[in-house]
Design a protein around this ligand. Structure first.
Ligand SMILES: *Cc1c(COP(=O)(O)O)cnc(C)c1O
Length: 430
C-alpha cells in the first residue's frame, strides 16, 4: 500500500515513511491509494476469530510487507491487551467502553500501535527518533504510556503549566525512562507553536523529529479495530447498526467510516460535537466554515477546525450528498451535555463522561427520527474519573478511582520547566 498526500504536492510514501514523517513534506495528510476490500467470508466467520487475528486481517492490507506477520501480530496483541466492553444501558442502545486501557482514554490504542510500529520500523537504524508532542491533557498521557520503554525512540512532551488536571499531569510526568515532560510557562497554543517551530528549525536537522497526533496514519488506522470488535459482538442481533462518535479532530469516526468502506456492515455514523460544530454545520449547510475553538466541559473535543475532516471528504470524493447518506451530525451545549449525563445515570445508574454523553444525545436524537429498527452504539471515549469534577457535581455522586490510576497518583512528578523556544532547542540539542 502506498499513501499519497492530500495536498497533492509530495511523492507517495510507503507505510514506514509515512509513519516516520507524520505529515507529508507538502504538509498534507497521508491517505491510502486504495481502500482494501474484506471478503464476505471474513464477516461470515468473524465471531470465530480472536481479536488479534481479526485486527490483523483489517490492518494488514494497509501495511503490506513493511511489517512481517509475526512482529505485526505481536504489535497488535500488545496494543489490544485490554477489554472493549459493550454495556447496554437501554433497549437497543449500548455504550462501547474504549477507556479500559492504561491511561483511561481511547487514544491508548492508536498511541500504542504507533509506538510499537515506529519502534519496529526503526529497529535497525542508528538514528534515534524523537517524538515531540504538545498536549492540552489527554494525548500526552496516551503517547507517553504508549512509547514507554520503546527502544530507539525518545518522547518529549510539552504541556502548559497549571492548565492540565492533576491526574493528567501525573500521567505525563511520572513515567521516566525514555519519556520527558517539559512544563511550559504558557498556554497550550504556546506549546503547539514551539513544536511547530522545532519541526521547521534547520539547526535541529540532525535530530529525527516526528509527531504523534491523529494525523499520523499509525495512530489513525488502528482505531478501526473498535468498530470491528463491536460488530463481532453485535452480529447475532441481526439489526441495522448505527455508531455515534463524540468527535474533535474526527480521527476516530474517520477510521470507522474507513472500516465501513472496507465492507464492515455498519449502516450509519453520527458525528457528535460540542459547540465546536464545524462538521455538523457543514452537513446542514454544505459549507465548511471553521470557527475559533470554544472551551467546553468535553474539552478533548474542543477543536475548531478538525484536521481529519479532509480525509472524510476524500472518502466521499467531496460529494456532500453521498456523505450525508452515511453521516448525520449533531451538536450540544454544555447544559445539554449535563442533562445527557443525568439521563444516562437515571436509566441504569451508568456513569458516563461528558464526551460519551454527547455521543448518547446524538444517538437518541437520530433514533427518534427513524422508522427502521436500529441497534445504536455510542462510544464512551474516556473514563468519567478523568472529568471527575463535572461528573460528580452533575450527578451528585462519587466516581470510584480505578486501581491502575492510584499507582500513578502517588508517584513523584518529574518535569523540566521551560519558558521559550530557545530553551526547548537547547534541551533537544543536549
Ligand atoms: C481525543 C478525544 C475525542 C475526540 O476524538 P477525535 O478522534 O479527535 O475525533 C473524544 N473524546 C475523548 C475523551 C478524547 O480524548
Amino acid at each position: 500500500m502506498k499513501y499519497y498526500s492530500l495536498n497533492y504536492n509530495s511523492k507517495s510514501a510507503l507505510f514506514s515513511d509515512a509513519v516516520k514523517r507524520g505529515l507529508a513534506p507538502d504538509r498534507g495528510l497521508y491517505f491510502p491509494e486504495t481502500v482494501p476490500q474484506l471478503q464476505n467470508k471474513f464477516f461470515q466467520t468473524i465471531e470465530k476469530m480472536n481479536t488479534a487475528e481479526m485486527a490483523y486481517s483489517v490492518i494488514k492490507p494497509f501495511i503490506g510487507n513493511q511489517i512481517l506477520k509475526a512482529p505485526l501480530m505481536e504489535i497488535i496483541s500488545e496494543t489490544l491487551d485490554f477489554e472493549f466492553p459493550l454495556v447496554e444501558i437501554k433497549e437497543n442502545i449500548a455504550a462501547l467502553e474504549l477507556f479500559q486501557g492504561p491511561t483511561l482514554a481511547f487514544k491508548d490504542v492508536g498511541a500504542r500501535f504507533m509506538a510499537r510500529s515506529l519502534g519496529h520500523i526503526n529497529r535497525n537504524s542508528d538514528q534515534k527518533i524523537t517524538v515531540l508532542v504538545a498536549t492540552s491533557g489527554d494525548t500526552g498521557g496516551a503517547v507517553a504510556n504508549g512509547f514507554l520503554g520503546v527502544e530507539g525512540v525518545d518522547v518529549v512532551i510539552l504541556y502548559p503549566k497549571g492548565k492540565v488536571s492533576e491526574i493528567q499531569e501525573k500521567q505525563l510526568t511520572t513515567l521516566g525512562q525514555n519519556i520527558s515532560a517539559l512544563e511550559v510557562d504558557g498556554v497550550f497554543d504556546d506549546c503547539q507553536e514551539m513544536v511547530k517551530t522545532a519541526f521547521l528549525d534547520n539547526s535541529l536537522s540532525d535530530i529525527s523529529l516526528t509527531s504523534a497526533n491523529s494525523i499520523n496514519i499509525a495512530r489513525w488506522l488502528p482505531q478501526m479495530f473498535y468498530y470491528f470488535i463491536a460488530y463481532r459482538a453485535l452480529k447475532e442481533k441481526n439489526k441495522k447498526l448505527v455508531f455515534s462518535v463524540p468527535s474533535g479532530n474526527f480521527g476516530n469516526i474517520c477510521a470507522g467510516i474507513m472500516g465501513q468502506q472496507m465492507g464492515l456492515p455498519i449502516d450509519h455514523f453520527i458525528a457528535c460535537t460540542n459547540v465546536n460544530d464545524a462538521v455538523p454545520r457543514f452537513l446542514k449547510t454544505g459549507t465548511y466554515d471553521p470557527k475559533p475553538t470554544v472551551p467546553t466541559i468535553s474539552n478533548a473535543m474542543d477543536v475548531g477546525n478538525p484536521s481529519n475532516f479532509i480525509r472524510i471528504q476524500k472518502i466521499f470524493n467531496n460529494d456532500v450528498v453521498r456523505m450525508k447518506k452515511v453521516i448525520s451530525g449533531y451538536r450540544y451545549t454544555d447544559n445539554e451535555t449535563k442533562k445527557g449525563l443525568k439521563e444516562i445515570y437515571d436509566l441504569k445508574g451508568y456513569i458516563a463522561d461528558p464526551h460519551g454523553a454527547v455521543g448518547y444525545l446524538g444517538l437518541k436524537e437520530f433514533l427518534s427520527k427513524q422508522k427502521d429498527d436500529f441497534y445504536g452504539v455510542f462510544l464512551e471515549t474516556a473514563h468519567p474519573v478523568k472529568f471527575m469534577d463535572t461528573v460528580e457535581k452533575t450527578l451528585k455522586t462519587k466516581v470510584t478511582v480505578p486501581e491502575r490510576l492510584k499507582d500513578t497518583l502517588v508517584k513523584e512528578k518529574n518535569s523540566t520547566p521551560i519558558k521559550d523556544y530557545n530553551q526547548l532547542r537547547s534541551y533537544l540539542l543536549d
